[in-house]
Ligand binder design. Structure first.
Ligand code: AMP
Ligand code: ZN
Length: 142
């Protein structure tokens, strides 16, 4: 690895931080549906909750298991993620994998999807990953 490569990925490089300050410092948007669910201002069926991640059952499930995993902090979409969000994402995927095992869908396989923007089909602008399982999935998605 060259010095310039190292500079690109160095976790302490200030250029790797989100403009708003990186993990844990983006706060909440009072008008955001998922921020309000995270804050228990709007009811949802929570399947997981820790200091940085919340998981809820999707209100309109597209598969026998359909859960959304999201950061507590308001990150609008995957396009806003930076290198500094690596630990947050690692935790989120680990939580999702544990949940899939506990739900009994892990052995057959499942899908994790993040829709981004209008053409990507994103309807809620707070980063979330759909975990879909309990049935066979087709490819490519519509
Ligand atoms: P996306 O369209 O990728 O942004 O995903 C948003 C998801 O949030 C959709 O699958 C919706 O069914 C789901 N959703 C919307 N409102 C709620 C809610 N109040 N509780 C749980 N899931 C919701
Ligand atoms: Zn939000």
């Amino acid at each position: 690895m060259t010095d310039s490569d190292a500079a690109e990925v160095a976790p302490n490089d200030s250029s790797a931080q989100a403009p708003s300050g990186g993990e844990g410092r983006r706060g909440r948007d009072p008008d955001c549906l998922f921020c309000r669910i995270v804050a228990d201002e709007i009811a949802a069926t929570k399947v997981h909750e820790d200091e940085s991640i919340v998981g809820i059952r999707d209100i309109a499930p597209r598969a026998p298991t359909h859960v959304l995993f999201m950061p507590r902090e308001h990150i609008p979409s995957a396009t806003d993620l930076t290198v500094a969000d690596g630990p947050l994402l690692g935790r989120l995927f680990s939580v999702a994998a544990d949940f899939a095992r506990s739900e009994g869908i892990a052995d057959n396989g499942y899908r994790i999807v993040a829709n981004v923007g209008r053409w990507g089909g994103q309807t809620v602008e707070h980063l979330h990953f759909h975990l879909l399982g309990g049935r066979s999935m087709s490819w490519p998605p519509g």
